[in-house]
Design a binder for this molecule. Structure first.
Ligand code: ADE
Length: 228
């Protein structure tokens, strides 16, 4: 899989893909992540990528030309299954969407900045608009990093222990149960006895009931919402 991210502030994405699981996915050749500066495609002599909005409101709007040229040049090289625009008014991200995106093809992610992109980019070039939550970030870059991270960790082979992505919160519509490690007692705080019983079936049953209880307490909406 290949993910191409278009931004006017590529440096914001220097960190998120340089370590840990996403780094491992790249090192293993399972995913390629390319961050591009939209400015590189600007034909303006000052490399401008934004302009004042029609209608006279405050703020600047990202212009069509460099974005269209960037997307066309990427598409001329390979196929993409989606061109995603990260925006607070997009469809709200959930694990089911991430699961789908991880098994589709290559992706282009467009990060908005300033007041966002000219609506005609959204109308003619974007196939999917995604928000990572009901709050406004300074731009789409951190949202693209979140989406990329969530997708990459699901690509088969990226996480060493295949089971572990499947036991994440949300994968079965439930929050994950609590986890414990050694020592069995520290500072007078004890690991629940059942986890040390060696009775695999009883442990599984306990973990399941903990997951259900935690979900009921913290996210009862997950029992009614169609989030997978
Ligand atoms: N850009 C700014 N805020 C955003 C959000 N919440 N989700 C996705 N993109 C954004």
């Amino acid at each position: 899989m290949r993910i191409d991210i278009l931004t006017v502030v590529p440096r914001l994405l220097d960190g998120p893909f340089a370590d840990s699981i996403v780094r491992r996915g790249q090192d293993k050749g399972l995913v390629e992540i390319h961050v591009h500066n939209i400015r590189d495609w600007s034909t303006d002599k000052h490399k401008k990528v934004d302009d004042v909005p029609f209608g006279g409101n405050a703020g600047m709007v990202m212009t069509i030309q460099p974005i269209l040229d960037a997307i066309e040049s990427l598409k001329s090289e390979r196929n993409y299954s989606d061109v995603i625009y990260l925006t607070p008014d997009g469809e709200r991200l959930h694990q089911g969407m991430v699961n789908q995106l991880s098994i589709r093809g290559n992706l282009i992610m467009l990060c908005g900045h300033y007041k966002g992109v000219d609506q005609r980019v959204r109308d003619h070039l974007i196939t999917r608009e995604i928000s990572i939550g009901d709050y406004v970030l300074s731009g789409g870059e951190l949202a693209a990093a979140v989406l990329t991270d969530a997708i990459v960790r699901l690509i088969p082979g990226v996480i060493g222990d295949e089971q572990s992505a499947l036991t994440d919160s949300f994968q079965d519509g439930l929050l994950a149960p609590p986890v414990y490690t050694r020592p069995a007692e520290y500072n007078g705080w004890k690991v629940p006895e059942i986890l040390r019983s060696g009775d695999h079936a009883a442990v599984q049953k306990w973990l399941e009931s903990e997951a259900i209880e935690r979900t009921q307490q913290r996210r009862p909406d997950l029992f009614s919402e169609d989030s997978l």
